[in-house]
Write a protein that binds this ligand. Structure first.
Ligand code: NAD
Ligand code: IPM
Ligand code: MG
Length: 364
């Protein structure tokens, strides 16, 4: 089989971890006899620097012509002086999500064997492990609601965003959460703030309606503030966590850290037709960029999600996941996962990629 992938490495650690994902994909191609053709495009700050705008037309056209988008990360202090809509995140990433209607964002997280002691969770909790998937609505809510902006001057100046959800937007993401749960431990925890927000009241109502079609799946509702706490207290009780756009953004960083590091959380952003953008949940990490120490696992696992969801190559996707599991179980770790007095044992970004690619070739 032959595929076309648009590679948008972006800024900060994006290009560094993308190199490693490509290494692993090359190993996958060799082992499974696939042919993946890559086209690289500027995006974000790199595109501003090279072409004067965060999402050039050529990048968008390249993505339209591809079977999937493999995305690194965008943004960083170099571009924060620009007007908001011209910045990498609002000028490239959100428009890409909107353009391809990538309404469904899946962020799977589990405590990997070998990392139990490194999770910030209390030892008795982390020893039980956990395995959750955050199903985040990605093209609606307060991120995209209009009107949005600023008005007035001086002390009278104000800024406003609009949180808005339609029944249809809630229904389609809720269905995905229930379908995901059916393939797992059959529990959906729907997160909202229905004690305050009108959007959340509608959210709860529609989720209840959808739940009727999935009688085998248990549904619970939880307020966002409580959820941030319960995830720390008993993460093993969660299976599928269904969230609106903003709540999912916040909770997914928390879930990432429960697994040990932001650098472990992958994500798939897909639309109804199987097309998707696959990217680490974390950002461009300006504090560690350029040092060769970033954890490439989130990018590598995002490539696995691309194989699973857009390229329909399940065997290849699981081969990558097993290879990552082997690296972590054998204590092959980047520095952010290690205590300060253990950092001399840290592996570099490229050592991690080499190890995982080799494990894919050997077929663990
Ligand atoms: N998808 C994206 O492109 C995306 C996602 C999130 C943030 N951002 C952007 O990235 C920039 C930096 O944002 P931030 O600092 O708030 O969040 P961040 O996720 O980039 O970094 C937060 C912390 O996590 C660490 N971290 C993140 N990824 C890591 C990895 N792979 N390995 C090791 N450590 C890692 C960083 O070093 C940092 O300490 C901002 O411009 C933000 O808007 C982009
Ligand atoms: C960079 C930003 C726009 C983005 C978001 O908020 O969705 C990021 O934080 C994420 O989690 O993918
Ligand atoms: Mg985020």
């Amino acid at each position: 089989m032959s595929y076309q992938v648009a590679v948008l490495a972006g800024d900060g650690i994006g290009p560094e971890v993308m190199v490693e994902a490509r290494k692993v994909l090359t190993a996958v191609e060799q082992r499974f006899g696939l042919e993946i053709n890559y086209s690289e495009y500027d995006v974000g700050g790199a595109a501003i620097d090279n072409q004067g705008c965060p999402l050039p037309e050529s990048t968008l056209k390249g993505c339209e012509a591809a079977d999937a988008i493999l995305f690194g990360s965008v943004g960083g202090p170099k571009w924060t002086h620009l007007p908001p809509d011209e910045q990498p995140e609002r000028g490239a990433l959100l428009p890409l999500r909107g353009h391809f209607e990538l309404f469904c964002n899946l962020r799977p997280a589990k405590l990997h064997a070998g990392l139990e002691g490194l999770s910030p969770l209390r030892a008795d909790i982390s020893s039980q492990g956990f395995d959750v998937v955050c199903v985040r609505e990605l093209t609606g809510g307060i991120y995209f609601g209009k009107p949005k902006g600023r008005q007035g001057e001086g002390e009278a100046e104000e800024a406003f965003d609009t949180m808005r959800y339609s029944r249809q937007e809630i229904r389609r993401i809720a269905k995905i959460a229930f379908e995901t749960a059916q393939g797992r431990r059959k529990k959906v925890t729907s997160i909202d703030k229905a004690n305050v927000l009108a959007c959340s009241v509608l959210w709860r109502e529609v989720v209840e309606e959808v739940a009727k079609d999935y009688p085998d799946v248990e549904l619970e509702h939880m307020y966002i503030d409580n959820a941030t706490m319960q995830l720390l207290r008993r993460p093993f009780d969660f299976d599928v966590v269904l969230c609106s756009n903003l709540f999912g953004d916040i909770l997914s960083d928390e879930i990432a850290m429960l697994t040990g590091s932001m650098g472990l959380l992958s994500s798939a952003s897909v639309n109804g037709s199987g097309f998707g953008l696959f990217e680490p949940a974390g950002g461009s990490a300006p504090d560690i960029a350029g040092q060769g120490i970033a954890n490439p696992v989130a990018q590598i696992l995002s490539a696995a999600l691309m194989l699973r969801f857009s390229l329909q190559q399940e065997e290849a996707a699981s081969a990558i996941e097993r290879a990552v599991g082997k690296a972590l179980a054998e204590g092959y770790l980047t520095g952010e996962l290690l205590a300060a007095d253990q950092r001399h044992n840290a592996k570099s970004t490229s050592q991690m990629g080499d190890f995982i690619a080799q494990a894919v070739r050997e077929g663990v």
